[in-house]
Ligand binder design. Structure first.
Ligand SMILES: Nc1ncnc2c1ncn2[C@@H]1O[C@H](COP(=O)(O)OP(=O)(O)OP(=O)(O)O)[C@@H](O)[C@H]1O
Ligand SMILES: [Mg+2]
Length: 400
């Protein structure tokens, strides 16, 4: 501090003011700042650092920095480098579960010029930036997939139409009732009735019907894919979101009752619905699909946590669903206290075909469908926050 002030030691009052001045700068900085000594014990701490550690100053001074900032614990060797080699060390992305959710921090450790064996640890909360980046990445991935899906659907449509038209022509030209067929057969002295009997006998008609049916099915799938990438083909109507949620909960309960999943016998649903929500224009069937998928995933996460058998007897799986209005938007939160996801799973959760449940029948299509409906069809936002063995929250924002 003395060096920074550069003040003449004889001017004690000025010196005090400069110290206060610098202290107030340090206090007002948005970063958390901590100075630690060679034993990594806290010597000074600013208000933002106290806010992150949720401690009071008296409790943390002269104690290990890891006691108040456990997110630094696995980086001890890096912090030691700053101390012993007098070097600045930057940790770009430190993940830490705080208030049951993942938080992200950027940590910079730098030596003090003036004092040996003391370093400053600067912690910046980058959680919002990190979540935003994850969202942008996801949007980009989905946009390119939307384009790809639309492209494939379009290209596959043409050969499919050729197959369907071809089969229908073959069937028409084998029909003995048609005059043109009869005339051609007569010219060749061919008995059309017998030809048809042969086709029946050798099941050729059955094969033709199967090809036609398969081609129709494929064509329906393709046109649904094309519809999905064109939001304006869906019709919106004013809906009571709380009611849609209630219906989705009922579907989901029925679904796990049908599957006779014992681990879900004690599941608890907690509803915190804002009764005063206005009706909003949405796509009711699609939104139900969204809620159903989220609730099913929550149930499966609870089931996985029970199956891991790490929980005490009194663990109760809980799915909490909340609706509220915030800044003119409708917020729906679907939260569970299931197995949670690690960082990598969180990053991939919305990717089509990504599943950690392939073995138990997961296709990895639930969340990508949810994402598409919320983002592309409804123009909303969806965000996920999760922590292993703590739980998961999906937060949907829809404009009213
Ligand atoms: N509530 C949750 N808790 C923990 N993990 C979840 C939760 N929701 C989703 N996941 C993780 O995200 C992955 C992808 O979810 P998604 O719904 O897309 O696929 P799935 O459930 O595996 O299969 P499908 O929905 O197609 O049957 C899951 O496999 C799981 O690992
Ligand atoms: Mg799913």
């Amino acid at each position: 501090m003395r060096r920074i002030g550069g003040a003449d030691d004889s001017v004690t009052n000025d010196n005090m003011n400069i110290q206060e001045f610098f202290s107030s700068i340090i206090e007002s900085m948005p970063s958390a700042l901590i100075t630690v000594d060679g034993n990594l014990h806290i010597k000074q701490i600013n208000t933002n650092a106290l806010r992150i550690s949720k401690a009071v100053e008296g409790e943390v001074l002269n104690k290990s920095v890891f006691a108040s900032f456990p997110m630094l614990e696995s980086y001890e060797s890096e912090i030691q480098v700053a101390l012993t080699q007098n070097a600045t060390v930057t940790l770009d992305r430190v993940e830490y579960i705080n208030q049951e959710l993942n938080n992200y921090y950027k940590v910079t450790c730098y030596p003090l010029d003036a004092i040996d064996n003391v370093i400053v640890i600067q912690i910046d909360d980058i959680t919002q930036r990190e979540l935003l980046e994850q969202r942008i990445l996801q949007t980009e991935k989905m946009h390119s997939l939307d384009g790809l899906a639309a492209g494939i659907a379009h290209e596959v449509n043409n050969p499919l139409s050729a197959i369907i038209n071809g089969i229908q022509n073959i069937k028409r030209r084998l029909d003995p009732e048609r005059i043109a067929n009869q005339e051609s057969a007569d010219q060749l002295a061919l008995d059309l009735e017998k030809l048809n009997a042969y086709l029946e006998e050798r099941e050729i008609k059955f094969f033709l019907d199967s090809i036609e049916e398969g081609a129709f099915r494929a064509s329906n799938i393709v046109s649904n894919m094309l519809k999905f990438t064109k939001p304006d083909t869906h019709s919106r109507e004013p809906c009571d979101i709380n009611l849609l949620l209630d219906q989705s909960i009922k579907f989901a309960i029925k679904d796990y009752e049908l599957q006779n999943d014992k681990s879900l016998a004690n599941i608890e649903f907690e509803k915190n619905f804002d009764a005063a929500l206005p009706k909003i224009e949405v796509l009711p069937l699609e939104l139900q699909q969204v809620f159903f998928n989220l609730i099913r995933n929550a149930e499966q996460a609870i089931s996985a946590r029970v199956a891991a058998q790490e929980e005490s007897e009194d663990y109760i799986g809980k799915i909490s669903i909340e609706t509220r209005l915030e800044d003119g938007n409708l917020i729906v939160v679907v939260a569970d206290n299931g197995c949670g996801m690690n960082d990598e799973v969180v990053r991939k959760a919305f990717d089509p075909y990504f599943s950690t449940r392939h073995k138990s029948g997961g296709h990895g299509l639930g969340l990508s469908t949810v994402y598409r409906i919320i983002k592309s069809l409804l123009g909303g936002e969806i965000e996920v926050r999760s922590a292993v063995n703590v739980g998961t929250q999906f937060i949907i924002t829809l404009q009213i």
